[in-house]
Ligand binder design. Structure first.
Ligand code: FNR
Length: 340
């Protein structure tokens, strides 16, 4: 009998593509402008090589870690991504269940606001809420109140979408996204500023707040100064500003500037366990997967997300063994070097 058709994360995308309407596939796969940043996110990992350390006497490896007080079986989280019920009828419910089973965090997109209580109830593990602020302050306050009441464990505030990126695939296809994310009728706050961080804190006392969408050292420092609990180095999967740096390329300067004062997570282009290890070696506390999870859900529902997380975990453990890292504490900057 043949084994699973899914040997690596990239095996899920063609299956997902065959199951999705073309416009929805393009919405998930596409990026802004000429999609240069989208491509760079993946390519950036090729600019680094791993430097194996041999003869470390390692019988088994343990990739578990803790981020913002949450014990994780591995440093791989599911990034927030929009409109999951368009990928599979179970949508966000499947995602939170798969993440919980894998012992990691799912971050749920603000676009799932209409059923956030149901999503929170489905996840037995740690679930974070990704927040877009609305222009209507009262509506934002109400959303945050519901997030707190529903029991989400942290708020991941996305700051790189004051307006939508220019996405030609969606314009061409005429994709209709639910009201609220329509290019002309975007209801999100465009004039985002650091002051909004205290607004979020005031309405979610006690919940850690991550700032997602940082690409510069100075903004990492500002996040520290304004009391963020963590930052996510991210260019939104190449969907916002085309021509900005890959997530992995921006990571080292933010790590250096933040200097251990808060955890630095990253996303963009992670497709294999060795990518995860490279990001950790460059200072990330954990990474998030966007499209890898999208393709898993679209191809196989909850089982697909479970499959993707399982593959990444197995690949990370394999890479840790082959580089002589028993735990994540053994992963340091010397584990990578610029590719020759
Ligand atoms: C996203 N992303 C995103 N981010 C966010 O904060 N809120 C959101 O609603 C969405 N929606 C969304 C939809 C789709 C289809 C994708 C692919 C991405 C960005 C996401 O959280 C993450 O930053 C990137 O997906 C990471 O890059 P990779 O892993 O897709 O290469």
């Amino acid at each position: 009998m043949a084994g699973s058709p899914y040997l690596q994360v990239d095996d899920y995308e063609p299956v997902a593509k065959s199951k999705l309407p073309a416009d929805v596939y393009d919405f998930y796969a596409g990026g802004a402008g000429d999609e240069r940043t989208l491509a760079e996110n993946v390519r950036a990992f090729d600019r680094w090589v791993l430097r194996p350390r041999v003869l470390q006497g390692i019988a088994s490896v343990d990739p578990s870690t803790t981020v913002l007080g949450a014990p994780l079986s591995m440093p791989i989280l599911v990034a927030p991504w929009a409109f999951q019920r368009r990928a599979h009828p179970d949508g966000e419910l499947a995602t939170v269940r798969a993440a919980a089973r894998a012992g990691t965090v799912a971050v749920i997109s603000s676009t799932a606001a209409e059923h956030l209580e149901e999503v929170a109830a489905a996840g037995s593990g740690t679930t974070w809420w990704q927040l877009y602020l609305y222009s209507d302050v009262g509506r934002s306050a109400e959303l945050i109140r519901r997030v707190v009441d529903a029991g989400f464990d942290a708020i991941c505030w996305t700051v790189d979408l004051p307006v939508l990126g220019i996405r030609h695939r969606d314009t061409r296809s005429g994709l209709t996204v639910p009201v609220g994310l329509d290019q002309e009728k975007l209801e999100y706050e465009p004039a985002l500023s650091w002051d909004h961080l205290s607004f979020i804190r005031d309405h979610a006392p006690g919940l850690p707040v991550l700032v997602k969408g940082i690409l510069r050292a100075e903004d990492g420092v500002r996040a520290v100064e304004h009391g963020a609990d963590a930052v996510v180095v991210s260019n939104h999967g190449g969907r916002q500003l085309d021509g900005c740096p890959a997530g992995l390329d921006a990571l080292p300067e933010v790590v250096e500037a933040v200097d251990g004062r808060l955890p630095v997570l990253m996303d963009g282009g992670v497709r294999r366990g060795t990518d995860v290890l490279k990001a950790l070696a460059l200072g990330a506390s954990a990474i998030l997967i966007g499209r890898a999870a999208v393709w898993g859900l679209a191809a196989e529902g909850e089982a697909g997300v479970t499959g993707v997380l399982g593959i990444l975990r197995a690949e990370l453990e394999n890479a840790m063994t082959l580089t002589g890292c028993a735990t994540l504490a053994d992963v340091d900057r010397a584990l990578v070097a610029p590719a020759p």
